[in-house]
Design a protein around this ligand. Structure first.
Ligand code: F6P
Length: 340
């Protein structure tokens, strides 16, 4: 069987580990050959591919990014894009696809699946907001990076008696903000799942500085928004549909400085959270999900996604995943808000 492989959407550490597992497992299955598409779905639409072999995945386990390249191109966004994809699959005799991606890539896979293409998706996004899986590839590394940054910001905040605002990624969910906020000991955490009150936060900061501390750390997810009863407050989205990095952080920083009178500074972590070598946990998760995809792609009759469910890797139907967002659960929100 000739199987196409693509990595789509935002890159993240761990993608190459998953590709390595896919290639190694596919080579053990008689008759499997892999076509690696460059730059996600755009490579399929344009027929931009390479024969993906063991040579391409040697020593890639610790490498961030994706050796295939990626893009935010989605075939349904272009007139005739879906037909271009179907024509490439036909002409290249590709019988199934393995798609590593987040919500956008998975959504495109669902549409191709409706046109009869057999697809196994592998969930990856530092946002960890793919439904159906307890973890997505890249999340653990992003939390580790953000936690280290918050640790570092503590020392400068304490030295200057400042409020330090740290903006992290996560435009639809606050998984990174709540996780790194707890791990990094933040004093206030703002996430999309819990619209905030500026006055409530500033009042808490004033109280904290009056009673026992001379500095504060505020962690804000780029997609956090204010409560409807307060001033309209949320980051605009840019041309690519992603949140404009720094927008919410700048507004929060200015408001805190004005309302408390404390020196306030902003650090926007941005794409640093997606860079560099994956943690051991992400390498392990990527290897497990990638191998499961290579095993499944020749067996499935309906499109599916490999998923971590508890301690096990399972296959979940793609139709149960596409178009859904996995929000931060109440227990984790409560833990974050109790410990600030
Ligand atoms: O989807 C993952 C993500 O990193 C989001 O957290 C972020 O908002 C977005 O990608 C940034 O997109 P881009 O890399 O296209 O600027």
């Amino acid at each position: 069987m000739r199987v196409g492989v693509l990595t789509g959407g935002g890159d993240c550490p761990g993608l190459n580990a998953a590709l390595r597992a896919i290639v190694k497992q596919a080579e053990k299955q008689d008759g499997h050959s892999l076509a690696g598409f460059r730059h996600g779905w755009r490579g399929v639409a344009e027929g931009d591919l390479l024969d993906l072999t063991r040579e391409h995945v040697r020593n890639v386990l610790p490498l961030g990014g994706t050796l295939l390249g990626t893009s935010r191109y989605h075939p349904s966004d272009e007139d005739g894009g879906i037909d271009k994809v179907l024509e490439t699959l036909r002409s290249e005799r590709i019988e199934a696809l393995i798609c590593l991606g987040g919500d956008g890539t998975i959504g495109a896979a669902a549409r191709l699946s409706e046109r009869g293409v057999r697809i196994v998706c592998v969930p990856k996004t530092i946002d960890n907001d793919v439904a159906g899986t307890d973890r997505s590839i890249g999340f653990d590394t992003a939390v580790a990076i953000a936690t280290e940054a918050i640790d570092r910001v503590h020392t400068t905040a304490e030295s200057h008696d400042r409020v330090m605002v740290v903006e992290v990624m996560g435009h639809r969910s606050g998984w990174i903000a709540i996780s790194a906020g707890i791990a990094g000991g933040a004093d206030w955490i703002l996430v999309p799942e819990a619209p905030f009150s500026l006055e409530e936060m500033c009042s808490a900061i004033r109280h904290r500085h009056r009673s026992h501390a001379s500095y504060s750390i505020v962690v804000v997810a780029e997609g956090a928004r204010s409560r409807p009863d307060g001033p309209e407050f949320g980051a605009p989205t840019g041309s690519s549909g992603s949140t404009v990095a720094g927008a919410i952080g700048e507004r929060i920083t200015a408001e805190i400085a004005e309302r408390t009178g404390f020196e306030t500074r902003l650090t926007v972590l941005g794409h640093i959270q997606r860079g560099g070598t994956p943690t051991a946990s992400d390498r392990l998760l990527a290897s497990r999900l990638g191998l499961a995809a290579a095993d499944a792609v020749g067996e499935i009759s309906d499109s599916a996604m490999t998923a971590l469910v508890g301690d096990e890797v399972k296959l979940v139907p793609l139709e149960e995943v596409a178009g859904r967002v996995k929000a931060v659960p109440r227990e984790l929100l409560r833990t974050g808000f109790c410990l600030v």
